[in-house]
Design a protein around this ligand. Structure first.
Ligand code: GAP
Length: 512
C-alpha cells in the first residue's frame, strides 16, 4: 500500500471506529470541519491533559487561563491580523476554482522531489549493496536535471515569499505550466491577498452591529489578560500563561483531513521574559517542547526542527517542530520569539500601560515573549497515523491495530467475560466497578473472544481482561497485551496496579 492509500484507509478507520466524523455529514458535510466521536474525544482529552499538566503542574511559574473566542475587534488590528493575516490566492477562470498560489508551487516542487526520489530508488535497486547515494545524486543526468529545475523554482519562490511579490507568484505558476487540476488549463487570474479571519456581527440591530472576528489564534486572549494574571497571581518574570481553546481560519486549501481545518484547537503558552534574554529562552523552550514530543514514544527520528528563514515582522527567531506524517514531514508545533510586539501594540491601541516593574533591576519594561503553539488536531493526527497498522497474523488473518501510546489511548482496558453465563458476567462487572473510577474501561460480552479482541485492537485498547470459569475459583484473569498479544494470568486484586503502571499520564510526566 502506498502512503496515500494508507492515509485513505486511516481516514475510513477513524470514521468506522468513532474517532473522527465529517461535520454535518447527513447534509453532505462541511469542508474542512470535523467532529470528534466517542473515541476521538477521549484521545483528544488525553493529549490536552498531557500538555496542560506538563505546562501548569510541572512549572510553578506557568498558570492557565480560559479566555473567550469573541474579543474586542481592535485586538485584531493591534495584533496585525486585520492588515496582514493573508494567504496569496489565485482563481482558475475556467473551473472557477480557487487555490493558494504558494501551495500550487509547493505541490509542483513536491512532484519534482518525488521524481528525484524515484530515480534514486531505481539506482539503489540497480547497484545493490555498492550503491552510493551521494555519488549517484551528484552524477546521474536525470537527477541533476530535475535538481537544477527544483533549485531554480525554489529560489524564485522563496524570493517571492520574502518580498511578498504577488506578480512573481503568478509568473512562477505560468512559467512552470502549472494547470488547474479540475479544468486542466493555465487560464489564471492575478494573485490576490485573502484575509483568513472569519467575521460575524455583534449587536441586537444591524445598524448597531459591530464586526467582530472569531479568533484565529488563542494567543491574543493571553496577551490581553497579561496584566490581570500578573497582578492577581503576583507572578514574577519569567512566567508563563497557558491556554487551550478553539481557533478559526478560513483556510482556502483545506486538505489532509484534520491537518488543516477551518475550526481547530490550539494549545498555546506565552512565556514572559526580560528583554535581551529571549534567545536563551527560545533555545530552552525548543529543547523542552521536543522532549515533550519524543517522551510520548513515537520515535525521535519522526521529529525534526525547521528553523524559519523568513521571520514575521514581530519575531526575531522562529522554528517549527515537524512530524513525519503519512504525507511527509510537516509542521506540528511552532515556537516563536515574538519580542514585545504584541504587548507593545496592545499598549498603543488600548492606551493602557502594559509593563512589568522588575524589582531586581529597579526598572519597568514591556516584557518580551517566547511562545509555544501546537494544534491539538494535528497532534491527534500524528498519534493516529503513527499508531495505525495492518498486521498479517500467523493464521493468515489480518489484524488492524492502533498502537496508541497507552497513556493516550481512549480506552485503557476492556473487561470481557468469556461467556455470557455461569456467573462470569457478574464477576466481570465487579472488576469493571472497581476499575472504572480510575480508568476509562469498556465492558463487552457480545461475540467470540477473538472478535472482541479485534475490536479492542482497532480502537487501541492496551489491555483486554478476560474472565473465565477458573476466575471464579482462583480469582485470576487473563490479561492480553495489545501490541505483543501476549497473555498473562493476573490476580484480580493486582489488576489496578498493573494497569496504572502502563497507562498513567504521570508515568509520562515523571520522565520530562
Ligand atoms: N499563535 C501562533 C500561531 O497561531 P501558527 O503557526 O499559525 O502560530 C500554530 O499555528 C499551530 O496551530 C500550528 O503549528 C498547527 O499545529 C496549528 N494550526 C494552525 N492552523 C491550523 C489549521 N488550519 N488546522 C489545524 N491546525 C492548525
Amino acid at each position: 500500500m502506498t502512503q496515500d492509500e494508507l492515509f485513505k484507509v486511516l481516514v475510513a478507520h477513524c470514521k468506522e471506529y468513532g474517532f473522527i466524523f465529517p461535520s454535518s455529514e447527513i447534509y453532505d458535510g462541511l469542508a474542512a470541519v470535523y467532529d470528534y466521536g466517542q473515541m476521538g474525544v477521549e484521545l483528544k482529552n488525553n493529549i490536552k491533559q498531557y500538555w496542560w499538566n506538563a505546562m501548569t503542574r510541572l512549572h510553578e511559574n506557568i498558570v492557565g487561563i480560559d479566555s473567550c473566542i469573541f474579543m474586542h475587534p481592535r485586538i485584531w488590528e493591534a495584533s496585525g491580523h486585520v492588515g496582514a493575516f493573508n494567504d496569496p490566492l489565485i482563481d482558475n477562470k475556467d473551473s472557477k476554482k480557487r487555490y493558494r498560489a504558494d501551495v500550487l508551487i509547493e505541490d509542483y516542487l513536491g512532484k519534482i522531489e518525488e521524481k528525484i526520489r524515484k530515480e534514486v530508488e531505481k539506482g539503489r535497486k540497480r547497484f545493490g549493496d555498492s550503491f552510493d547515494e551521494a555519488q549517484f545524486r551528484a552524477t546521474n543526468p536525470n537527477v541533476l536535471r530535475e535538481q537544477a529545475k527544483y533549485d531554480e523554482v525554489h529560489n524564485r519562490y522563496k524570493e517571492a515569499e520574502q518580498t511578498n511579490d504577488l506578480a512573481a507568484y503568478k509568473q512562477i505558476i505560468v512559467d512552470c505550466g502549472i494547470v488547474c487540476p479540475i479544468s486542466g488549463t493555465c487560464n489564471w487570474t492575478d494573485v490576490r491577498q485573502f484575509n483568513l479571519m472569519f467575521s460575524t456581527s455583534m449587536g441586537s440591530t444591524s445598524e448597531g452591529a459591530n464586526t467582530i472576528y472569531l479568533r484565529p489564534e488563542t494567543a491574543q486572549g493571553i496577551f490581553v489578560n497579561y496584566l490581570n494574571v500578573q497582578k492577581t497571581g503576583r507572578m514574577k518574570i519569567p512566567f508563563g500563561i497557558a491556554q487551550i481553546g478553539k481557533a478559526f481560519r478560513n483556510e482556502i486549501v483545506a486538505r489532509q483531513f484534520i491537518f488543516r481545518m477551518r475550526e481547530f484547537e490550539q494549545m498555546e503558552m506565552q512565556f514572559f521574559i526580560k528583554p535581551g534574554t529571549e534567545l536563551e529562552w527560545f533555545a530552552k523552550w525548543k529543547e523542552q517542547r521536543m522532549k515533550w514530543h519524543v517522551n510520548i514514544g513515537m520515535g525521535a527520528e519522526n521529529y525534526r526542527f525547521h528553523d524559519h528563514e523568513k521571520l514575521a515582522h514581530y519575531a526575531n527567531a522562529a522554528t517549527d517542530i515537524e512530524f513525519n506524517f503519512p504525507f511527509g514531514f510537516k509542521e506540528l508545533e511552532g515556537i516563536h520569539s515574538r519580542t514585545n510586539f504584541d504587548l507593545g501594540n496592545h499598549q498603543k491601541f488600548s492606551g493602557k500601560k502594559i509593563e512589568y516593574f522588575d524589582s531586581e533591576e529597579n526598572k519597568a519594561y514591556t516584557p518580551y515573549v517566547v511562545e509555544t503553539s501546537i494544534g491539538v488536531d494535528r497532534m491527534v493526527l500524528a498519534v493516529l497515523s503513527h499508531a495505525f497498522h495492518e498486521e498479517q497474523l500467523e493464521n493468515g488473518e489480518t489484524r488492524v491495530v492502533l498502537s496508541i501510546p497507552a497513556p493516550l489511548a481512549p480506552v485503557k482496558a476492556a473487561v470481557l467475560p468469556l461467556v455470557k453465563k455461569d456467573g462470569l458476567p457478574e464477576l466481570a462487572q465487579e472488576i469493571m466497578n472497581d476499575l472504572k473510577y480510575d480508568f476509562n474501561c469498556q465492558y463487552e460480552e457480545k461475540d467470540s473472544i477473538g472478535k472482541r479482541y479485534r475490536r479492542q485492537d482497532a480502537i487501541g485498547t492496551p489491555f483486554c481482561i478476560t474472565v473465565d470459569h477458573e476466575s471464579l475459583t482462583d480469582r485470576c484473569v487473563t490479561v492480553r497485551e495489545r501490541d505483543t498479544m501476549t497473555q498473562e494470568r493476573v490476580p484480580i486484586d493486582r489488576l489496578h496496579e498493573m494497569i496504572e503502571k502502563k497507562v498513567s499520564l504521570n508515568v509520562l510526566l515523571r520522565n520530562l
